[in-house]
Write a protein that binds this ligand. Structure first.
Ligand code: AQP
Length: 332
């Protein structure tokens, strides 16, 4: 049976990019593979980006990320869900992998280059991020990794690290494959500045737990097709953020209505945004209600995370023992 692994960073409030790009696949695969689907809040990754890391908020964000995942439908009784730093084998395996990974390959990673160029002093952890990610996945010998398209290069490196380890020490790890949500490969930020991303700040994101009036304020000023200068100008919904979001939140008749209306200038951008807001409200309201109930019972969330970490370690420990033995460490 396939084994699924994925992680999500507690670098801010989870957004609709995370939701459609990854979290919904966690739920789908969780229903299919039960305890063979393993998910974690990757807090050790979150500290590698100084722009997004604040020790004063890390624990709360980690908790909130767990709440969000449970609220969208992940059932911690059915899957394994935990916090990365609670399973120290992630770091141990990561260190073994650093010994196999050329620095040049890490420096070629697009995400590293994008982040590094914004920093004056680059933490080594930022460079090592994909090595830790490879350890996250391979520690569970996972072969299936639900992620957004932005992680493609990192998954490719994970496959390479698995190959290198197997070649050096004997067949141990599978070469995992990414699984994408085909309709949500890379959801654009509501500011119109590239990929929606937590670490870019709230101006980029529509949070799945964000109050609906705050979401509306962002949509109201969100850029649309620049060709529509006046209400009477026709536009191209394929070149418009709001058109992209409709495909995620609206039913087919609504999508057809707003797409045709945009092309003929029969519908204005504000009305189009209002119709989108109806779809967003329909999708997010039940999730936000479930999150409210979970927040009201924090011990239940903490207990679920503690159980998840125990279950994860039961898988991780023997794999790490196998790695130690194959890599030649002294056994006492
Ligand atoms: N915009 C997106 N569209 C589709 N999928 C996305 N993912 C993230 N953004 C989009 C996928 O969500 C999962 C969790 O990724 P993450 O925690 O790295 O999310 P993020 O918002 O991208 O977080 P950060 O902190 O801002 O990270 P950086 O700056 O590194 O991107 C992943 O499967 C991701 O692909």
């Amino acid at each position: 049976m396939p084994r699924v692994f994925s992680g999500i960073q507690p670098t801010g409030d989870p957004h609709i990019g995370n939701y459609f790009g990854a979290m919904r696949n966690y739920v789908r695969l969780g229903e299919e593979y039960g305890k063979n689907s393993i998910y974690c809040v990757v807090d050790l990754h979150a500290i590698t980006n100084p722009a997004a890391y604040d020790p004063a908020t890390l624990a709360q964000r980690t908790f909130e990320m767990a709440v969000a995942n449970f609220a969208v439908g992940l059932d911690p009784e059915k899957v394994i869900f935990f916090v990365q730093s609670q399973v120290p084998e992630h770091q141990e395996l990561s260190w073994v992998f650093t010994a196999l990974t050329p620095v040049g390959e890490l420096e070629r990673m697009t995400q590293y280059k994008d982040k590094a160029e914004q920093l004056e002093s680059i933490p080594a952890g930022l460079l090592m991020y994909p090595v830790l990610m490879a350890a996250d996945i391979l520690l569970y010998k996972a072969d299936t990794v639900p992620v957004g398209e932005d992680q493609t290069q990192h998954i490719e490196l994970t496959r390479e690290i698995a190959r290198k380890f197997n070649h050096a020490f004997g067949e141990t790890f599978p070469e995992p494959k990414a699984v994408y949500a085909r309709d949500a490969l890379r959801i654009p930020g509501v500011d119109g500045q590239g990929k929606m991303s937590k670490s870019k700040g709230e101006g980029s994101t529509i949070g799945i737990l964000e109050p609906l009036d705050s979401i509306w304020q962002k949509l109201r000023v969100a850029p649309t097709d620049p060709a529509r200068v006046r209400r009477s100008d026709p536009g191209d919904p394929e070149k418009c953020l709001i058109g992209d979001y409709h495909k995620l939140f609206s039913d087919l008749p609504t999508i057809e209505t707003v797409y045709a209306g945009c092309r003929t200038a029969g519908i204005g951008c504000v009305d189009c945004k209002k119709m989108l807001m109806q779809g967003i409200t329909r999708e997010l309201t039940p999730i936000q209600e479930r999150a409210g109930a979970l927040r009201a019972d924090p011990d239940r969330v903490r207990d679920a995370l503690a159980t998840g970490a125990r279950q994860a370690r039961e898988i991780a420990r023997p794999v790490m023992e196998e790695v130690r033995e194959k890599a030649g460490f002294l056994k006492l």
